[in-house]
Design a protein around this ligand. Sequence first.
Ligand code: PLP
Length: 408
Amino acid sequence: MNFVKESVNQTPIVDTVFSIVAKAKEAKAKVGSENVVDATIGSLYDEEGTLVALDSVFSSLKNLDNKVLAAYAASFTGNPDFRQKVYDWVLNGNSHLEHEVIATPGGTGAVGMTLQECLDEGQTVVLPEIAWGSYALMAQMHNLNVEKYSLFEEDHFNLNSFKSACKNVMEKQNRLVIVINDPCHNPTGYSLSEDEWKEVISFLNECSKTHAVVLLNDIAYIDFSSRQEKAKEYFAQFDQIEKNFVVIVAFSLSKSMTSYGLRCGAAIVLGQEKEAVQQVKIVFEKDARATWSNINNGAMATFVDVLDNHKDAYDKERLHYVNLLKERGDIFVKEAKEVGLKHYPYKEGFFVTLSMDNETRDKFHEALMENNIFTVKVNLGIRVAICSLSVEKTKGLAKKMKDILDTV
Ligand code: PLP
């Protein structure tokens, strides 16, 4: 007997992160944490191995009036000052398109809402072949099919594969919904160049002559790009989109404010014409009301307060960790090159991913754990979370991994 939707696969979620996090914890208790490399956790950790919670953010939150924390938001799309602040902060003056902002519970809310509301059941979404696992789960929950594009051709974005995935989908349906997780792609750390973005937009403009195009640009890690404001300049290229084309930018305060548990983010809808943007906004607003109703008022108020009143402190704190991430990434990538450990082209962000087929990956992952090195398996690779690995633990890791890889 079925008590739930028949369209949803009932196999339980296999959590590839938390089960390994638990094993790493066990190993630390057994052999001492100094003898364990725990590169599993996908949140930002400091050099002492504790979660980073930016002071500028959390002292702002704690100074809010209780009534602000208690209150419902002003509307189902979020508070007007929050929406304006998100638009200004994220686009940073680089976009001149018609726009609307809808507050969401994290970037997850913005991505999930887009997949659910921009595609009908049975239609297909275009996803990267190596990707954050939630995209595929969301597709499954909303009864969508998935067409994947391979991410790289040598060390560059695989435009050919991207184009052919889009073309395959266009043969089957009248709407094209594509996910591009950029900059700081999870889990490879790749960021498209300006030229690559130009080519993507120009191709999608062609597609929009016959199909409605929705580009979901998941920017979860953007504020930890080592290029900072420069990493936002590609938004200017969205100004070239045609009228049958909308962009939805999924923004996450979890990363930008290190406030994962406050569950706040936004969907920024961009388009050439007001009507297109309003159509998406109206449906998203209804979806918001029907699903989560309201967004955490304290989280929205904190974001506004931090950027209005504590921006210098916030920038200073964030930049410290941006530099630390860069230091960890540089060490790992340099040493990997020296010992010939292959990884996907890493530019910036929370993760570096080693490239290998899935059979080797499975054996390698086990062998690493036998040597007290804990990582996360992803499609066609092993994710090394430099976001939670200290500089000290990063040093020498590539060689250790290469030596183990040579034995499997
Ligand atoms: N997008 C990517 C690529 C992510 O890795 C994550 C979180 O890990 C998110 C979006 C959404 O995170 P949140 O819902 O906490 O904002």
